[in-house]
Ligand binder design. Structure first.
Ligand code: ZN
Ligand code: ZN
Length: 289
């Protein structure tokens, strides 16, 4: 897919802008993805409209279900349409963007993206004649401002001892692990809603393995040595890890993920992978108002 590099959203967060400029310089091939990420965080930060989304979480959920499971989220149609149009313009070929924004149902796309529902995403992609992976990217970026809002709104309700490997708010697998502060406590972080949850040092988020002989890490041979990839030989899962002084900002999680693609490639080359299915099959409803 050819993506035009025509528009760039102004970013008001100076730290974010600086970091984006650096990654842009070092990884020119990431330009398109960077533009989308930049736009999504500008939207999440600027737009009061997303903070106005009405979130109704279920009073009773299955015991291991994330907070958004069986929730209903009401978003303003006007805000969503405007934002999705912007994402489509940034992400797709011009004519495709325009025709997609006419035929795609934004609420359905947002719901499939929030729930990480591949079957629904496939059906939506088929209906508008695009490839599912391309529409998934659009959906994940489109859902980011809403998921960030949900993460902030639900932060106080995250159980202090969450033993699952998936995000306690949105059910996604962790984007990275932080070794935080002097004590080097291990926190998993979600790149979608920015939620963090503390986990034991020896614990695979994907299969629950705790046996140290099956857990290890890969470190770069040269250059930067603080970042590494945690690996599990039981399920062949991996997660990137880095030391942090304090919790990473939401945008830092996404940009650090982007800046450490070589680590990812090293893990994939050695036969490690991320699970294909999401950590938890979220059933969340998005409605337009
Ligand atoms: Zn999450
Ligand atoms: Zn594992």
């Amino acid at each position: 897919m050819l993506w035009p590099l025509t528009r760039r959203r102004h970013v008001t967060n100076a730290h974010l802008a600086q970091r984006v400029a650096l990654i842009r310089q070092q990884n020119p091939e990431s330009e398109r993805w960077l533009m989308l990420v930049e736009a999504a965080f500008a939207e999440a930060d600027d737009s009061q409209a997303w903070a106005d989304a009405v979130l109704n979480v279920a009073n009773e959920r299955p015991i291991r279900a994330p907070l958004l499971h069986q929730s209903q989220i009401a978003v303003r149609r006007r805000v969503l349409h405007r934002w999705l149009r912007e994402v489509l313009e940034l992400a797709a070929v011009d004519h495709l963007g325009r025709s997609l924004s006419r035929t795609l149902e934004p609420v359905a796309l947002l719901e499939a993206a929030v729930s990480q529902d591949d079957d629904n995403m496939e059906a939506l992609a088929g209906a508008v004649g695009v490839e599912r992976p391309a529409l998934s990217v659009v959906g994940q970026i489109a859902a980011l401002p809403l998921l960030q809002t949900c993460g902030r709104a639900l932060a106080a309700q995250v159980p202090s001892s969450w033993c699952e490997g998936y995000c306690p708010v949105c059910g996604a697998w962790p984007t990275l692990a932080e070794f935080r502060g002097l004590e080097r406590k291990r926190w998993l972080r979600c790149g979608r809603c920015a939620t963090g949850w503390e986990v034991p040092w020896l614990h695979c988020p994907f299969c629950g393995e705790t046996e140290h002989t099956n857990l290890g890490y890969l470190a770069p041979e040269d250059g930067e040595t603080t970042r590494k990839v945690e690996i599990c030989d039981s399920c062949k899962g991996y997660v990137k890890a880095e030391p942090t002084v304090k919790p990473l900002a939401a945008w830092e999680i996404v940009l650090d993920d982007l800046a450490t693609v070589p680590l990812e490639v090293a893990a994939l080359d050695r036969g490690y992978h991320k699970p294909e299915r999401p950590g938890f099959g979220l059933d969340a409803r998005v409605v337009g108002t």
